[in-house]
Write a protein that binds this ligand. Structure first.
Ligand SMILES: NC(=O)c1ccc[n+]([C@@H]2O[C@H](COP(=O)([O-])OP(=O)(O)OC[C@H]3O[C@@H](n4cnc5c(N)ncnc54)[C@H](OP(=O)(O)O)[C@@H]3O)[C@@H](O)[C@H]2O)c1
Length: 408
């Protein structure tokens, strides 16, 4: 069935017809400019463009200056064509792995202030499983999972200045829906990847690296010589924490559930390791000569919280930052009194909420990787279609380091 053409469609058709003719014959035609109404329509309804060629579509969506036939010449191949639909991993309801669906969905329209990123790699983070299961409430359904990726900017809303198509970038954004081939992201949350850092490594280190870096310095305020303990020390955040803690001069104890993981934690800077199936509190007492731990980093949550309160040192900082074993249940605040425990439940976003803080922490993180001071261990790169397997693996406790999805 043929749908009636909207006025904007008609105007688009006129523009495309003229443009196509002029580009195939000459490059000296006078400039063609989509009207403001047409431009808004294009940005709000990218699927309406499925009938035009990818090059014209990209130019129409990305141009912020009057549209000129010259922009469609072969010299603009740095701009990847943007299709009208893409592959993505969505959930229509909360549940187990079975609710993850690999689907064809429309490429999202850009809103003011956003750029469209063609995701090359998206990060798997434990938090994605919380949104899938319902531990954290979804903002709505269907929900495209994922909050971090690295790739290339392929389109920018006209309101965006500075960041333009072709830029290699990394981002973390709560609402990005990064388990997808394309994501619309606020330009203020996107950071260029410096030369010397691969797109894969940038995706692999971003959220978990910013988490480890800001939690050590701002939440834990770790000082050289302090006793620190990292739970799940061979995990994504854990492996980065132990390396960074060692580099700031802390004494580092790592816990993990297998000997292989403990070996990896030792290789990455944990001077002491404890198997989490052992009596961790007793071992800590032995290792620290009864002092206890000055700063504990706990992303495991429910299973380890009580032990944390037992092994924390006087005036210690307990940084509880995750729920890998379940959320910490409500408890009496009086439990903090005997040792003057400072308890924090931080979220990384709070430490990079301004552009200045985001740029500062990102560039410090990138520098650590580029200079070789921080090793980024990638457990496995999964095809986007295998996100279900990737989530199964991270939940199974069999992974170490970072899990990535290859989106394009
Ligand atoms: N607050 C924030 O801003 C923030 C930011 C990033 C990450 N996080 C949190 O940091 C934690 C680590 O995240 P990640 O992505 O790097 O994951 P990960 O550490 O690679 O994987 C989770 C690890 O937790 C341990 N674990 C203990 N009990 C578990 C259980 N019952 N089920 C599954 N795993 C269990 C496992 O290590 P062992 O087998 O060695 O025990 C497992 O490998 C998560 O809690 C995450 O939510 C928080």
């Amino acid at each position: 069935m043929t749908r009636p053409l909207l006025p904007a469609h008609r105007s688009l058709c006129r523009l495309i017809t003229t443009t196509t003719t002029t580009t195939t014959t000459t490059t000296t035609a006078s400039p063609l400019t989509p009207t403001p109404t047409l431009r808004s329509f294009l940005l709000a309804s990218p699927h309406s463009l499925s009938f035009i060629t990818p090059a014209i579509r990209t130019s129409l969506l990305t141009t912020t200056t009057p549209f000129r036939p010259r922009q469609l010449s072969t010299s603009t191949t740095t701009m990847a064509p943007v299709p009208s639909s893409m592959k993505a991993i969505q959930i229509a309801k909360n549940g187990g792995l079975e609710v993850l669906e690999y689907k064809d969905v429309p490429v999202p329209a850009l809103k003011e202030g956003q750029v469209l990123v063609r995701n090359e790699y998206a990060g798997i983070n434990f938090i994605d499983t919380y949104f899938r299961s319902g531990l954290y409430p979804a903002p709505g359904f269907p929900l495209t999972l994922g909050r971090e990726a690295a790739g290339e900017v392929v389109a920018a809303h006209p309101s965006v200045t500075g960041l333009q198509p072709g830029a290699r970038v990394v981002y973390m954004a709560n609402d990005a829906g990064a388990y997808a081939q394309y994501s619309p992201v606020s330009a203020t949350g996107v950071v260029p990847i410096p030369d010397g850092l691969s797109t894969e490594k940038a995706a692999a280190v971003y959220i978990q690296g910013l988490t480890a870096w800001t939690f050590i310095r701002e939440a834990g305020q770790v000082k050289p010589g302090q006793w620190t303990l990292v739970h799940a020390a061979a995990g994504g955040v854990g492996l980065l924490l132990v390396q960074m803690l060692r580099s700031v001069g802390a004494k580092v104890i790592g816990t993990a559930s297998t000997e292989e993981k403990l070996e990896l934690a030792r290789k990455n800077g944990a001077e002491w390791t404890i198997n989490s199936h052992d009596d961790v509190v007793a071992k800590v007492k032995e290792i620290t000569g009864g002092h206890g731990i000055d700063v504990i980093f706990d992303g495991v949550g429910k299973a380890t919280f009580d032990a944390d309160l037992e092994m924390i040192a006087l005036n210690g900082n307990l940084i509880s930052f995750g729920n890998a074993s379940g959320a910490v249940p409500p408890f009496s605040i009086l439990k903090l009194g005997p040792k003057n425990v400072r308890l924090m439940r931080p979220v990384v976003n709070g430490y990079v909420s301004t552009r200045e803080a985001l740029e500062k922490n990102s560039s410090e993180l990138f520098e650590l990787v580029i200079s070789g001071k921080l090793d980024v261990k990638i457990h496995k790169v999964y095809p986007l279609a295998d996100a279900k397997q990737a989530q199964a693996d991270i939940e199974s406790r069999k992974t170490t380091g970072k899990l990535l999805l290859k989106c394009n």
